[in-house]
Design a protein around this ligand. Structure first.
Ligand code: GDP
Length: 308
């Protein structure tokens, strides 16, 4: 998973270490870092912010000529770790369980554009929650895209989960509210709200999602992004975060060997943690994202080489 980002980081870290650069070479190393991060699909402003963090750390310290390289490397690792740490984490199942008995279901709104795997991911989450003995209802609030309701129904049928749906063209916020009311009266623990996913720049789409969130007041809004789509995924996350607020993210298609830069960019830009990664097309293909292991694996090759 995220092989190319790992290769990139270990390559940069190794070059930095091997070159034993002096202070004058910092700019050169930074330029190298720039290219490597761009190749790993890390967003440009995220790269700039990582570089200025490293520069700031370098400016305040006295580093011997031969130690600048390792110092920059450590700064890079720290900047990446800090970004994941600052985003924190969310214990989804724990939070749903702690709302049990409150009389209201825990509401999760899924946002993201079409084709990223949003519907499949919602079904995977429904499957995971059912396995944890959490009862689930799904709101078919994508009333725009032809086939969206049937697609969702095929999943809920397969999973044996309740779906609340109206007709195409009906108000998505009303569908979501219906699902919440149904869950209240039937003691359902959690409502998963599917939403329409046209381009994130579509104002009407954003207005619709804002209306859903103001009507049902979700406990959490999860952005679903395609880990293969690199910078596109990052700009989608930014737009959704600015317009409706993103609390957490799930990256799909991590089995496809994407750049992995999207994971770093999303946490840095939205300050929201990555909760899970999708690793295939089956309901069970949802893996909890371990930020510590992710950062460690990014630099693992470099550390091994250094130790060798
Ligand atoms: P939506 O338009 O965003 O709702 O996307 P869908 O849920 O319909 O998914 C689009 C395609 O991506 C489908 O063929 C899914 O099976 C596939 N897909 C979704 N998540 C993953 C994943 O984690 N790995 C792989 N390999 N395929 C996925």
């Amino acid at each position: 998973m995220f092989e190319s980002l790992r290769t990139t980081f270990s390559g940069v870290a190794r070059k930095i270490t091997e070159k034993e650069i002096g202070a004058d070479d910092v700019d050169g190393v930074m330029a190298e870092l720039d290219i490597a991060l761009l190749e790993a699909d890390v967003a440009v402003d995220v790269i700039d912010s990582i570089k200025s963090e490293i520069r700031a750390a370098l400016a305040g310290s006295s580093v011997k000529r031969g130690e600048v390289g390792p110092f920059v490397r450590t700064g890079l690792i720290r900047a990446v770790s800090d970004a994941f740490e600052a985003a924190g984490t969310v214990d989804l199942i724990g939070r749903i369980e702690s709302k049990r008995g409150s009389g209201s279901p825990f509401v999760i709104v899924f946002v993201g554009i079409n084709g990223t795997g949003k519907t499949t991911t919602l079904a995977k989450v429904a499957h995971m929650l059912s396995a944890a003995k959490i009862s689930v209802a799904v709101a078919a609030s994508d009333t725009f895209r032809a086939g969206a309701i049937e697609q969702l129904r095929a999943h809920t049928d397969a999973l044996g989960v309740k779906i609340v749906a109206q007709n195409y063209g009906s108000d998505p916020a009303a569908v979501a509210r219906d699902a919440v009311l149904y869950s209240r009266s039937h003691g359902v623990d959690c409502v998963l709200v599917d939403t329409a996913g046209r381009m994130q720049t579509n104002r009407n789409l954003m207005d619709q999602i804002s209306k859903i969130t103001s009507v049902v007041k979700p406990d959490i809004t999860i952005f679903v992004g395609d880990s293969l789509a690199g910078n596109d995924t990052t700009s989608q996350a930014r737009e959704f975060d600015q317009k409706v607020g993103v609390d957490a993210a799930i990256l799909t298609k991590a089995d496809g060997g994407g750049g992995g830069g999207a994971a770093l960019s999303i946490v840095k830009i939205t300050s929201a943690p990555i909760l899970y990664t999708g690793t295939g097309q089956s309901y069970g293909d949802l893996v909890r994202f371990d930020a510590g292991a992710f950062v460690e694996s990014m630099f693992a090759t470099a550390a091994q080489e250094q130790g060798a």
